[in-house]
Design a protein around this ligand. Structure first.
Ligand SMILES: Cc1ncc(COP(=O)(O)O)c(C=O)c1O
Length: 396
């Protein structure tokens, strides 16, 4: 069968590939330990589940407005206004099926063929794939561990061309856990002043999962006048253990919301009605479960980071947000494992631990480990990693 070029050109997710192979090995009876999970390993808080059950009983079985139920748009607008220090009206918020659909809607509605998007890396692969799917060109702007993966704003400046339409930021970052520092954001503000044609999209999905001394800083809060050029991507998936409920929010100027309304109206109509009521309870209800989750992630983060940095020739920048560590394992490459993709295969097959290669995030030489796993799993997983690396070194 001949398939459309735009789908043929999509790069499959390495994370899913590793996870699928790990499952195969488990089915074959192997004891595989996976540190690949990109979602909290907690249950959705009880009050959110109750709100969803009540919504079902009340009969939330119909289509909703395309942009979402009014109460949820209002609650998200209030929450985002408080975080970003500007007045965001409910009409400037759209509810979609996960932050992923928000990104899809926004990029499809903004980009024409050949429009360039500045994309600081390492980053989540879907950022680049969704840009390409919309006909855009993802212009990768690498950063390294030496700077703690700080965005190189001078590099962004050099990569701007007459076709540059958009800058994409994501803080905290998947995969590095880096939280963009205020000083860096101030440089970004300057860049935006110098290039008034540029729009900026911020994927803030992990903003509630931040650990001291990290602090989420909003670009908009630094310069309120940027509202009108900023597209905010947000949602409940990661901070309320709601990945499967599929609710995300996009806040943007009205013309973009209207375009996305038109687009989504032809694609999925509305995000699931019951999930919207659950997300409403998440935003308006008790925030203590999220605080507990953050405390638990913080404890696990310290354990994983210390264990990784104790492995000879491995170094890991301290992640201050999200739930990933991103160690540099380049010293182990060559011989048995010429690159990080081969290394992660070797670790899975020979050391029974599943981790994601950094190449999947445009950062060869690194591995991504998720600490959305219990402490015993983290300890045993990193022990297997260390043993696998030692075996690779001995065999090379
Ligand atoms: C940076 C980032 N943005 C967006 C998403 C997608 O979020 P959602 O599950 O709400 O679609 C993910 C999921 O891994 C992510 O890591």
């Amino acid at each position: 069968m001949r398939l459309a070029r735009r789908v043929e050109a999509l790069v499959p997710s390495i994370t899913l590939e590793v996870a699928a192979r790990a499952k195969e090995l488990v089915s074959a009876g192997r004891d595989i330990l996976s540190l690949t999970l990109g979602e909290p390993d907690f249950a959705t808080p009880a009050h959110i589940r109750t709100a969803a059950s009540q919504a079902i009983e009340r009969g939330a079985n119909r289509y909703t407005p395309v942009c979402g139920i009014a109460e949820l748009r209002a609650a998200a607008a209030a929450d985002l206004s408080a975080v970003h220090g500007v007045t965001i009206r409910p009409e400037e918020v759209m509810v979609s099926t996960g932050a992923k659909q928000c990104l899809f809607n926004a990029l499809q509605s903004l980009l024409d063929d050949g429009d360039e998007v500045l994309l600081p890396t390492p980053t989540w692969p879907s950022h680049a794939e969704l840009v390409r799917l919309a006909g855009g060109v993802a212009v990768l702007c690498p950063s390294t561990a030496d700077s703690g993966f700080a965005i190189d704003v001078e590099l962004l400046r050099r990569k701007i061309t007459p076709r540059t339409r958009l800058l994409m930021l994501s803080s905290p970052s998947n995969p590095t856990g880096t939280v963009i520092a205020e000083a860096t954001l101030r440089q970004v503000v300057e860049l935006l002043h110098d290039h008034p044609q540029l729009l900026v999209m911020t994927d803030d999905l992990y903003r509630r999962l931040v650990y001291a001394p990290g602090r989420f800083v909003s670009l908009l809060a630094l310069d309120k006048a940027l509202w009108g050029r900023v597209v905010l991507i947000d949602g409940v998936s990661k901070s309320y253990a709601m990945t499967g409920w599929r609710i995300g929010f996009c806040a943007a100027p009205r013309p973009l919301i209207a375009a996305m309304d038109k687009l989504q109206g032809q694609v999925t109509t509305n995000a699931a009605a019951v999930s919207q009521h659950a997300a409403l309870a998440a935003l308006l209800g008790d925030q203590a479960p999220t605080a507990q989750m953050v405390a638990e992630f913080d404890a696990r983060r310290r354990i994983m980071l210390a264990a990784l940095n104790a492995i000879p020739m491995v170094s890991c920048v301290e992640p201050l947000g999200a739930f990933y560590c991103f160690p540099d394992v380049s010293a182990y490459l060559g011989g048995k494992a010429p690159d990080d993709v081969e290394l992660s295969r070797y670790l899975l097959e020979e050391a029974s631990v599943a981790v994601v290669p950094g190449s999947g995030f445009f950062a060869p030489g690194y591995l991504r480990l998720s600490y959305a796993a219990s402490v015993p799993l983290i300890v045993e997983g990193v022990r297997r990693l260390a043993a696998g690396l030692a075996a690779v070194a001995a065999a090379s």
